[in-house]
Design a protein around this ligand. Structure first.
Ligand SMILES: Nc1ncnc2c1ncn2[C@@H]1O[C@H](COP(=O)(O)OP(=O)(O)OP(=O)(O)O)[C@@H](O)[C@H]1O
Length: 265
């Protein structure tokens, strides 16, 4: 049986000092299993990004946290950038416009893998090949504005995995991209995770997208985790009204999964 990478227990998060502010997450209990692909699904404001930030230790100062997040395999809270790679919705915001692509990808490797810049640039070049950026040697010296949105997200993925994290969190990584590019990015992530054995937490509001590759889904509504289970089971026999309505909406739209696996939708 696979081991638990991250054990979330009775986790509640409230932003800011205002005690009248409703909690963004309330009493969440969830295990992330090492090596799995777990999709976090819910509509806007349901607390998905808050969960991701809490796991990565990236909540803003002043956030009130109750309950806890444990890492049963031992050691300290994993470090973002080194142990946890993070991919954001908007690659333009996550890449620095004044640094070359090579510098941005090499930086993580240099800082966390204990290698020098020269070796880190070789590593960056390999990663650019791996995420299939055309003319990688040229791309190393180029700047983010010289690439399309989909290519920028590939570069952001290369930067996120540069320090060889064992846990990758992708927070709506495809929502700023068109459908075809979305499918390419999802299949790239799927491939990278399969090759490296990384654990993937994939946040999306798109159930059809998640159904194509996630092993398990966890559905959030209003800060509560309302349902979780193997993807096929939740889709075939949802237990809550909310999950049923999410699935029904997709059935109405006949929205196909974007990649791979047989779709129960
Ligand atoms: N930095 C912040 N300060 C104050 N409130 C916040 C902050 N970030 C999020 N919130 C609030 O917390 C709640 C949950 O937000 P969160 O971003 O986690 O939801 P989400 O499901 O990821 O939404 P989306 O899909 O739109 O990104 C929302 O009500 C949001 O307004």
């Amino acid at each position: 049986m696979n081991s638990i990478l991250c054990a979330i227990r009775q986790l509640s998060v409230t932003y800011g000092k205002d005690t009248t502010q409703p909690a963004a997450l309330r009493g969440v209990n969830l295990d992330v299993i090492a090596g799995e692909r777990l999709a976090i699904i819910g509509e806007s404001g349901s607390g998905k990004s808050t969960l991701a930030r809490a796991i990565a230790g990236l909540l803003p100062e002043g956030s009130r946290v109750e309950g806890g997040i444990g890492w049963p395999s031992g050691g300290d809270q994993p470090k973002p950038g080194r142990d946890i790679g993070f991919i954001f919705q908007d690659p333009t915001a996550s890449l620095d416009p004044v640094l070359t692509i090579g510098e941005q990808i090499a930086e993580g490797a240099c800082r966390h893998l204990g290698i020098g810049w020269k070796e880190a640039f070789t590593h960056a070049l390999e990663l650019l090949h791996r995420v299939r950026i055309p003319h990688p040697e040229k791309a190393l010296k180029a700047y983010p504005h010289q690439f399309s949105g989909g290519q920028r997200q590939r570069i952001a993925i290369a930067a996120a995995i540069s320090a060889r994290p064992s846990f990758l969190i992708a927070d709506e990584p495809t929502s700023a991209l068109d459908m075809v590019v979305q499918a390419e990015i999802v299949s790239l992530l799927d491939e990278l995770v399969r090759e490296t054995g990384m654990t993937l937490l994939f946040i999306t509001h798109d159930l059809a997208l998640a159904s194509g590759f996630a092993d398990r889904v966890a559905i959030f509504e209003g800060g509560h985790l309302v349902e979780q289970g193997p993807t096929g089971t939740v889709l075939a026999a949802p237990q809550t009204t909310y999950a049923r309505s999410l699935i029904a909406n997709h059935l109405d739209l006949s929205s196909p999964p974007l990649i791979g696996k047989a779709s129960p939708l």
